[in-house]
Design a protein around this ligand. Structure first.
Ligand code: B12
Ligand code: SF4
Length: 469
């Protein structure tokens, strides 16, 4: 249980309940809020985090808890596809707080429009939130004297962007002591106790569909020493056995990955970890070292097995690199995940099925197939608007992750065809007798049956909800 704070806290950072899907049954730590919480604590601000998914709270229990905490300021976070959830949570907590601040991707992208969209929100924190959140609390404590601090947007006041922290080693680690860290779980976890980390921020690549609103196109990385210090602390102090690195581009600098792995080995840490990488980021030698240092899973943005589609998305990667990266990891004993897109402009169902065939022979362990979703601020969004590719919709929240409905219908596709192709790809990949037999054997040999059963359950749930092909 989360330790109670003596006296009333100055701010409660809150995440309302998840209602459906894997996020509800397998909550992940609210990493952004925990970074903000640490910065506030370091500045002497008294913080409580109320994480409904982590604490297993339904709406009524969540409200009770926020009321009991009684903080005068409430902070929330949110992504654009979750804007309905942001609206719900703001409405719920409004009567309980004197001030409400919203940070995260949606606030950062939409700025003034987000203030209009959520009239009950008093201030937005735009971009990385550690310093602006501290400065905002001071500004409010001083009765709003002078202009709002950099990174803080308030109605009718001048706005100055904040400079993101240049040295990430200077940031305090996420405040895991403020949440029930033992309750978080992850689909790919095979050991007890899980957490998430981020060892670098930003990504210099220019993929047309990728939203880099918060951390931008610069890449800032923590030193290997600081990353492994945090891993070691998680293992030795919290008993964490499994970590997911949520970096956009963990393997961008190979030398840094090598240093991280060598340091893990030198300290004798026994912790499994997963990271996300570009297909040009991993070679056989690095894969072997990563495996030795506890890397269990690598997820790659494969996207498509058609070079023209990769070029269309400006991925700056080749199909043969995907093949090589998947093979290098498999040979090193690392399980692989591929993210694959359906509905890339220029591709039709025929090309998608070519990608499926590539996936089937590549030896990749798990695939997440998604329809391409354009987020405001991305090049793809501009292109989709120009070309009229958006699906007609009356839904306020067309990119809702839970609905999994196509938002972009490029030439050559209908919405029904996109859905049919997605189902065909899921079925064609997961329902192969050879694949199922291989997974069963691996599960028995490596004691990973619970993890595979969880994954199987999630895929089956998606498949059944969306109907058989
Ligand atoms: C990890 C991650 C996830 C995890 C979330 C885990 C979790 N609970 O935190 C998982 C895998 C579950 C996930 C799912 C989805 N994700 Co995601 N995810 C990311 C990723 C890779 C990193 C986020 C992160 O942890 N960053 C590190 C922390 C430190 O940064 P941060 O959260 O932004 O927080 C900082 C600031 O934003 C700010 N801040 C944030 N909140 C607050 C609150 C206050 C009060 C203040 C003051 C400041 C503040 O301060 C923080 C510290 O600097 C980002 C890519 C990216 N680089 O942002 C995509 C990203 C956020 N995801 C995205 C999307 C689309 C999704 C999905 C909708 C995908 C889908 N279709 O299913 C789902 C939604 C699931 C859901 N129900 O919420 C998009 C969002 C686009 C948009 N415009 O909203 C991104 C940007 C990916 C992309 N490049 O397009 N995601
Ligand atoms: S998709 Fe990956 S490689 Fe491309 S810009 Fe986004 S984070 Fe970088």
């Amino acid at each position: 249980m989360v330790s109670p704070l003596r006296g009333r806290p100055d701010i409660a950072l809150v995440r309302g309940p998840e209602t459906r899907g894997a996020m509800a049954s397998m909550p992940l730590p609210p990493l952004g809020l925990l970074y903000v919480a640490s910065a506030l604590e370091a500045a002497g601000v008294r913080v409580v985090v109320v994480d409904a998914p982590g604490e297993g709270l339904d709406q009524a229990a969540f409200l009770d808890r926020v009321r009991m905490v009684g903080a005068p300021v409430i902070g929330l976070s949110g992504m654009t596809p979750m804007r309905d959830r942001i609206a719900r949570d703001v409405a719920l907590v409004r009567p309980l707080a004197r001030k409400i601040v919203l940070g995260g991707v949606h606030a950062t992208r939409f700025r003034e429009a987000a203030l209009e969209e959520f009239p009950d929100v008093d201030a937005l924190v735009v971009g990385e939130g550690e310093e602006p959140a501290v400065a905002l609390m001071e500004w409010w404590a001083q009765a709003n004297r002078g202009a709002p601090p950099p990174g803080v947007l308030v109605r009718g006041q001048p706005f100055t962007p904040a400079t993101p922290p240049p040295c990430l080693d200077d940031l305090a680690w996420p405040a895991r002591h403020l949440v029930p860290h033992a309750r978080y779980r992850y689909l790919f976890q095979t050991r007890p106790r899980f957490t998430t980390m981020i060892s670098s921020r930003g990504c210099p690549f220019r993929c047309t569909f990728c939203d880099k609103t918060v951390s931008g196109g610069g890449w800032r990385a923590r030193s290997a020493g600081d990353v492994v210090d945090e891993l070691e602390w998680c293992q030795r102090t919290l008993g964490i056995g499994s970590v997911c690195m949520f970096d956009d581009n963990f393997t961008l600098r190979r030398k840094r990955v090598v240093s991280i792995c060598e340091e893990i080995l030198r300290r004798g840490l026994d912790i499994e970890w997963k990271c996300e990488a570009r297909v040009d980021g991993v070679n056989p030698e690095l894969a072997r070292l990563m495996a030795a240092a506890g890397c269990r899973t690598v997820a790659f943005g494969v996207e498509s097995a058609n070079q023209s589609s990769l070029d269309e998305l400006r991925k700056d990667q080749r199909v043969d690199q995907a093949e090589a990266a998947l093979a290098a990891c498999t040979a090193a004993g690392i399980e692989t995940v591929a993210y694959v897109l359906v509905g890339i402009p220029g591709e039709g169902p025929k090309e998608s099925l070519e990608t499926l065939r590539f996936a089937q022979r590549s030896g990749v362990d798990f695939i997440q197939f998604s329809t391409l979703s354009p987020f405001p601020g991305t090049e793809l969004y501009e292109q989709a608007q120009r070309e009229g590719w958006f699906r007609e919709t009356s839904v306020r929240n067309p990119a809702d992750a839970e609905e999994r409905r196509a938002t972009l219908v490029p030439p050559g596709w209908t919405e029904a065809e996109l859905g049919r192709t997605l189902r065909k790809m899921y079925g064609g990949f997961y329902l192969r007798p050879g694949y199922l037999a291989k997974q069963a054997i691996r599960a028995r040999r490596s004691g990973t049956l619970p993890m595979r059963a969880r994954l199987g359950f999630e895929v089956a749930r998606w498949y059944l909800r969306n109907g058989a092909a």
